[in-house]
Each structure stands twice: as structure tokens, then as C-alpha cells.
Design a protein around this ligand. Structure first.
Ligand SMILES: Cc1ncc(COP(=O)(O)O)c(C=O)c1O
Length: 416
């Protein structure tokens, strides 16, 4: 392992744009800091060159070649006019086909709508499916934009705290049942796989949630954006595929996390409840915008031709998640963390390390590593002492991140 300081001095970074093969057999290990620092996205632009960013949920890898080709094809054909989609984009059928193939969930493409973003789809579902003042439940910690934006729609949040047990993060179903009844809750925003804990709900947990959804007559908005990145033996089960759930569920998904395409701004919503679909469709057609041709082409390319790339990235991330646990156990033993079951985001409890309420802010200065602050992931201080680390990078860069944190926290514990 390298010691702290400048990453480029310590490790044999590739200096060129990553290609499709690497001498070490894992193309995702061949990305280099020089190339990453040329990127225009906010992840690599926000901080100076002395900082290694591991905060935003973008992977450090270039997209699948099929995606580049699909976009290039549009450019080559100079085909950038209004699209010819009369009854929705081809994404509707492609999504239905993919859900049937991957999960045995048979859905009617006629019930699928396009959005630009998963968060937009979530807010549209709440806007059309609930009323002013209605209560909306969500497990916390959670993806910060939900905590920020749901109240701006005039809906009241009911946070459902998850518990950090010895074996991982869990939901207290008895308490949930009680809180749903006490608050007369109308909707549940389910994030599964979960950000930031990396949990994948088991079939038993989902069945229990389905039971509660029926019992409390909830609209369920199921954000499944991380579902492409699941590590065996965990399995993704679309919530709407459970018996009787499709007609009360809006499922949101996109290729943006699994295929690293957040910038193309393209997502889909399977709108199960017929009445909600009607209200959605009756809104002025241009109010929410329409999908752009690059986003649709890129997403279609991943869903139809991206399986090999996806398997390779999941295999790489699987190694990275184990490395992270090994590194943390060895080099930052007081940090508490569970091996994630999906995705590339690790939720780390730094409370034993005396890094203050916002370890990300402390480590930005002391370790020159940018983690995502835990503060915004829960209300009432629930995220204090936590930070989220994105490990979707090369082995060397992850090693450097942990080395820097380890050195900084050693200093923190033994200032002299
Ligand atoms: C759970 C979850 N939902 C939604 C999003 C954002 O998706 P979009 O940019 O399509 O709104 C993210 C991004 O990290 C996420 O983790």
C-alpha cells in the first residue's frame, strides 16, 4: 500500500485515457488521475487537484462502448431534429422486456412513462398521487434530495429510522406499522437497493412492506435506480412485481447508476395505479419536458446491449467493496461499516474517531479526500458522525483514499 501525499507519486497510474483492456486484466483498474482530472463533471471539478473526490454518485469509469457508438450514430447521421416518437419512446418496450428477462416481472409497456430524472419522477408521482398536507414515509438515512424536496411539494415527511445492527442495517417493521397508523400516512418512498446503506431488501422484508402498504392503503414510490449493481447472493425484486402491488406502485429506474450515465438525464416511471396514470397524462404535455434523443439512445444501448459491460463493472465493484472492508478493518479500525449488498456507496460511521459532527468536512482538510457529508442524509442530526464514500474507482485510487484517511485519523488520535 502506498503512503499518503500525492497520489501520482505513489502509485503507477495509467497516464492515458482508459481503453478496453489492462495489463492487469481489469480495465476498470487502468483509469488514471490525469485522465480523471480532465473530466468536466462536478465530481472531479469541485475540489482542487490535491483532493481525491469520493463523494458524488458517479463512477470514475468511461461508459460502455455501445453507448458511445449509439450517441455517435446520432451525430454521424446529423439526426438531431424533433424525434419521431408518437406513442412514447422505444424505452417503454425495452424496459418491459428487461424487467421480464431479469426478474420475471411482466408489465405492460403502455404503463411506462419517460422522465428526465428519477427524482423528478418521484416528485411527479407524489404531486399527482397525494394531496397537500399528506404524510409521506421514507427510511432514513436517505438520499438527501428526497428530504429536501418532498416538503417543498407541501407533503409532510415521516422519517423511518433504520437501525445499525451487528449484521447490518434493518427496518423495525413493528414501529413502522405503528408510525404509519399514528400519522395517517398516505405514501411510502422506498429506496431499494438503498442509498446510502447499500442494503438490498429481502423477499421477507418486501412482503412485510407490501402487507403494510395494503393495510395502510399506501401509494408506494419505489426508487430502484441502484438495482443493476447487485452482488450475489443478494437479489433485486421489483416491488411492483409482488402480488397485488403493481396497482399501488410507481417504479422509477434508469441506466444512470448501473451504466454511469447520470449526465444524459433520462429515466423511466412505471405508473401502476390507473387513476394516477390518468392524472399524470392529463397534465399539460410540455410542463415536465420530454426526453432528449441522446438520453434515449444511450439508455436503449445499455438495456439492449450492455450486459457484458455491466457484468464486468459489477465484478470490479464486488472486488472493491471487499477491499474497502479489508482496508478499513486494517487501517481505520474504529470506523464502522457493513459490506454493501448493492451499489458503490459505503455509509461509514466515524463517530468513534472524534472527527466532529461532519467527518467529511474534517477529512477534506486533514486527508484531502472528499467524502459526501452524512449530515444531509437524515433529519434531526441523524447523519452526524457519518460520511458516504464512493468506491467506484480503481483499486489504486481506493487504496490511496483509505491511506490518506488512515494517516489523517492517526494524526487525529495522536496529534503529537
Ligand atoms: C437513490 C437515488 N435516487 C435518485 C438518484 C438521482 O437520480 P436522478 O439524477 O435521475 O434524479 C440517486 C443518485 O445518486 C440516488 O442514489
Amino acid at each position: 500500500m502506498s503512503s499518503g501525499g500525492s497520489a501520482q507519486c505513489q502509485t503507477p497510474w495509467s497516464q492515458s485515457k482508459p481503453g478496453c483492456s489492462s495489463p492487469r486484466g481489469d480495465p476498470f483498474n487502468s483509469i488514471g488521475l490525469d485522465w480523471l482530472r480532465t473530466k468536466r463533471g462536478i465530481k472531479w471539478r469541485r475540489f482542487g487537484p490535491e483532493v481525491i473526490p469520493a463523494w458524488l454518485a458517479d463512477m470514475d469509469f468511461p461508459p460502455a462502448q455501445r453507448v458511445t457508438e449509439a450517441i455517435q450514430e446520432l451525430l454521424d447521421g446529423a439526426d438531431l431534429g424533433y424525434p419521431g416518437w408518437v406513442h412514447g419512446t422505444p424505452l417503454r418496450a425495452a424496459f418491459a422486456e428487461r424487467m421480464a428477462q431479469r426478474y420475471g416481472w411482466v408489465l405492460d409497456p403502455v404503463q411506462v412513462r419517460e422522465t428526465n430524472e428519477v427524482v423528478q419522477g418521484t416528485l411527479l408521482a407524489l404531486l399527482h398521487g397525494t394531496s397537500d398536507g399528506d404524510v409521506v414515509a421514507i427510511h432514513t438515512p436517505t438520499y438527501p434530495p428526497f428530504l429536501k424536496h418532498i416538503p417543498t411539494l407541501g407533503r409532510a415527511l415521516l422519517p423511518i429510522p433504520m437501525s445499525d445492527e451487528r449484521h447490518g442495517w434493518t427496518v423495525d417493521l413493528a414501529r413502522l406499522d405503528h408510525d404509519l397508523a399514528a400519522s395517517r400516512c398516505r405514501a411510502l418512498v422506498l429506496v431499494n437497493p438503498h442509498n446510502p446503506t447499500g442494503r438490498v431488501m429481502t423477499v421477507e422484508e418486501l412482503d412485510a412492506l407490501a402487507h403494510l402498504a395494503r393495510r395502510h392503503d399506501l401509494l408506494v414510490i419505489s426508487d430502484e435506480i441502484h438495482s443493476d449493481l447487485i452482488y450475489p447472493p443478494h437479489q433485486h425484486i421489483p416491488f411492483a412485481s409482488l402480488p397485488g402491488m403493481a396497482e399501488r406502485t410507481v417504479t422509477l429506474n434508469s441506466a444512470s447508476k448501473g451504466f454511469n450515465l447520470a449526465g444524459v438525464r433520462c429515466a423511466i416511471a412505471h405508473v401502476g395505479p390507473p387513476r394516477l396514470r390518468e392524472v399524470w397524462d392529463n397534465a399539460p404535455p410540455t410542463l415536465y419536458g420530454s426526453p432528449n434523443i441522446f438520453g434515449v439512445a444511450a439508455t436503449l444501448a445499455t438495456w439492449q446491449h450492455g450486459e457484458a459491460w455491466l457484468s464486468a463493472v459489477v465484478a470490479h465493484l464486488d472486488r472493491q467493496r471487499h477491499l474497502l472492508v479489508d482496508f478499513l478493518t486494517r487501517d481505520v479500525p474504529s470506523a464502522r461499516h457493513h459490506l454493501v449488498e448493492a451499489g458503490y456507496l459505503a455509509w461509514i460511521d466515524f463517530r468513534s474517531l472524534e472527527l466532529g459532527p461532519d467527518p467529511a468536512a474534517t477529512l477534506l482538510t486533514s486527508a484531502q479526500v472528499a467524502l459526501q457529508s452524512g449530515m444531509a442524509f437524515a433529519l434531526d442530526g441523524g447523519g452526524q458522525g457519518y460520511a458516504r464514500l464512493n468506491f467506484a474507482t480503481s483499486k489504486d485510487i481506493l487504496c490511496e483514499i483509505i491511506t490518506r484517511i488512515s494517516h489523517a485519523t492517526d494524526e487525529n488520535r495522536n496529534p503529537h
